[in-house]
Design a protein around this ligand. Structure first.
Ligand code: SAM
Length: 234
């Protein structure tokens, strides 16, 4: 999977993505993560990317021209970009069918659809993900015509889309085949069936400061263990 992240702050990502499973996924060539610095699509000598909102109000909005230029540059780099048509008046139709099937442009926004494990699993089906991180008071609404989905990671407001993008990338990449150690580990964890949480788990020692591992887990009776786990999970 090829993941491109459009951001004003690419320096925020390596600490998170160059460790543990995310690093392993890139090292094995399962995921390729790259960054497009929105500033390089800024306008004029000062590379302006933001402006004041029409109608008044606090703060600055990301302008549409740099954001859309960055999205189009990212789309050019996807595996199926050759198939694009040239209809600029209809941005969604201008993308080839194949491109639309295999790649997704996602805008991170608190106004988007609430992110879930089911959505993470769905996103593993794509070859190319382009994640757009906004900043300041947000973005010019016309940008939404150029994205396929809008995702919110929860009902709270962060300063930018970078942490939400990290959340999406981490949750998707760990589900790609070959990333997690045990191939079944992603199938039996919290939310994997859409609702239930994982059962409580214990490791050695059996007795930690008087807190004991439940007897059933030491019993060797697998039917009873399964029953206990199912019960706890529900
Ligand atoms: N004024 C906007 C509003 O009230 O909806 C909030 C803008 S926020 C300070 C700046 C950017 O951070 C957003 O445009 C979005 O890209 C990102 N962001 C903040 N919270 C987010 C969330 N919960 N989920 C996804 N993206 C978020």
């Amino acid at each position: 999977m090829k993941i491109q992240i459009i951001t004003l702050f690419p320096e925020m990502f390596p600490g998170v993505f160059n460790a543990s499973m995310l690093w392993k996924a890139q090292d094995k060539g399962i995921a390729e993560i790259s960054y497009i610095n929105l500033r390089s699509f800024g306008i004029g000598p000062r590379k302006q990317v933001d402006d004041t909102p029409y109608g008044g109000g606090d703060g600055m909005l990301l302008k549409p021209e740099p954001l859309v230029a960055a999205i189009e540059a990212a789309q050019q780099r996807t595996a199926y970009s050759v198939q694009r048509t040239g209809d600029k008046t209809n941005p969604k139709a201008a993308r080839s069918t194949l491109n639309a099937q295999r790649s997704k442009v996602i805008l991170l926004t608190p106004r988007g659809e609430r992110y879930t494990q089911a959505k993470a699993r769905e996103l593993t089906q794509y070859d190319d993900l382009i994640l757009v991180c906004a900043r300041y008071e947000g973005y010019d609404e016309r940008v939404t015509e150029y994205v396929d989905e809008q995702i919110s990671i929860g009902d709270y407001v962060l300063t930018g889309g970078e942490i939400p993008a990290m959340v999406v990338v981490d949750s998707v990449v760990r589900l790609l085949p070959g990333v997690l150690g045990g191939e079944t580990s992603a199938l039996i964890e919290s939310f994997s069936d859409g609702q239930n949480l994982e059962y409580p788990q214990y490791t050695r020692p059996e007795n930690f400061r008087g807190l004991k591992v439940p007897n059933v887990l030491l019993s060797g009776n697998h039917a009873e263990i399964d029953k206990w786990r199912k019960n706890k999970s529900e």
